[in-house]
Unconditional design. Structure first.
Length: 381
């Protein structure tokens, strides 16, 4: 079943139950106004205070450096988004990503379980970092909570808006920077762990033995022909013994080419389609990964099952990296209500009067929002 149906079913069940028991839920701190369900609490404020008080000087120093990094990322992201207009018809660079769902036009498929865990890390570190820096800057936190937008989960830390407005511009910048800076930091930690597992542990415990199919994309030429778990032995009579050999063969395919693929379960002929990212190349419609065999000396010590967990560890941290860096950087676009929009507005306020910088921020926000919406529409088409 296409992953989108899990979201549809969850949406129907959640909203039937929430509207049916709205009164009881409201009495327990829930706020239900379609399409948003919010739950607020004050219990975690002590936890955030404790982290903030561990070393206020460190947090200020770290986020001051973060300002330089995040403003640089803002410029890069804005330039990249504008540049994407040149390829918007052939290969849109912006698309919606949902864990477990094949989104039209998206070249990224996020596995359901890894995606949910990755998104949880994005939300938690982002929002808690806002709260930590708010307390470092002596801004009170009104509440902390969870939210559900339609069916998509989220979290929030609600600082006192009046105190935030009265804080110095540098203090506000640190607060707004904190979320994305935390995501970028976590992304770096995650990719270091993923790299360590992939380059130091897995090669020592396993031997590469060809290519296996990890996923068959629904509606692609390979759909209902190839299956997940098949090991590819050769393509068009060319041996596939490593990932490099596989990539070289696939890179030289063309649309509408008949491709002979020999697997451990038989031989199949597939008529290729146009590649969504490059219409001059052929498109099979599979995701392939290296196939490994466990070394005998490792299995003698740890057995035949336990060592395989390293692949799950590497993939989990890979998705934590991808989601944190992607969402963290996107949030830095100078587009309100994103954090980057607030940072852009504060930066302009150093040199411009309110009646000048407000319209500038509004105009930039509208332009970038139009580019994003158009890119998403083109990706679906």
């Amino acid at each position: 079943m296409n992953g989108i149906w899990y979201y549809v079913i969850a949406f129907i069940l959640i909203w039937i139950l929430s509207l049916t028991f709205k009164k009881q839920l409201t009495n327990h701190g829930f706020e239900i106004e379609f399409p948003v369900i919010m739950w607020k609490t004050k219990r975690l404020r002590g936890f955030i205070n404790g982290i903030a008080n561990l070393s206020p000087k460190f947090w200020k120093w770290f986020m001051t450096i973060g300002l330089i990094i995040c403003y640089g990322a803002m410029v890069l992201m804005t330039y990249t988004l504008i540049q994407s207009l040149s390829t918007i018809v052939e290969a849109p660079q912006v698309s919606i990503v949902l864990p477990g769902v094949d989104m039209p036009g998206s070249t990224i498929y996020v596995p359901f379980s890894y995606g949910l865990i990755g998104l949880a890390t994005v939300i938690i570190v982002h929002e808690f970092s806002h709260g930590i820096l708010a307390r470092v800057e002596k801004i009170n936190i009104k509440s902390i909570g969870l939210l559900l937008f339609a069916v998509l989960p989220g979290a929030f830390v609600e600082p006192d808006e009046e105190e935030l407005k009265e804080a110095s511009r540098l203090a506000r910048l640190r607060v707004y920077t904190a979320g994305s800076m935390a995501n970028i930091t976590l992304a770096l930690i995650a990719i270091l762990i993923c790299s360590a597992v992939s380059t130091m542990i897995i090669p020592n415990e396993f031997s590469e033995d060809g290519i296996s199919i990890s996923r068959v994309i629904e509606g692609s030429p390979a759909d209902k022909v190839l299956k997940e778990g098949m090991i590819i032995e050769s393509i068009d009579n060319k041996s596939v013994g490593s990932s490099n050999e596989y990539l070289n063969i696939v890179a030289n395919t063309t649309p509408h080419q008949n491709l002979s693929i020999v697997t451990d379960q038989g031989e199949y002929v597939i008529n290729l389609d146009k590649n969504p990212s490059n219409d001059t190349r052929g498109y099979i419609g599979i995701q392939a990964t290296k196939h490994y065999e466990l070394n005998k000396d490792v299995s003698a010590v740890w057995g035949n099952q336990l060592p395989w967990i390293w692949f799950s560890v590497a993939e989990l941290f890979q998705w934590i990296f991808i989601l944190n860096i992607g969402i963290g950087l996107f949030n830095l676009l100078p587009l309100k209500p994103l954090d980057g929009g607030h940072m852009f507005e504060i930066l302009l306020s150093y040199k411009l009067k309110e009646e000048t910088y407000k319209p500038i921020v509004k105009a930039v926000s509208i332009i970038l929002a139009i580019i994003i919406v158009v890119s998403i529409i083109y990706s679906f088409l």
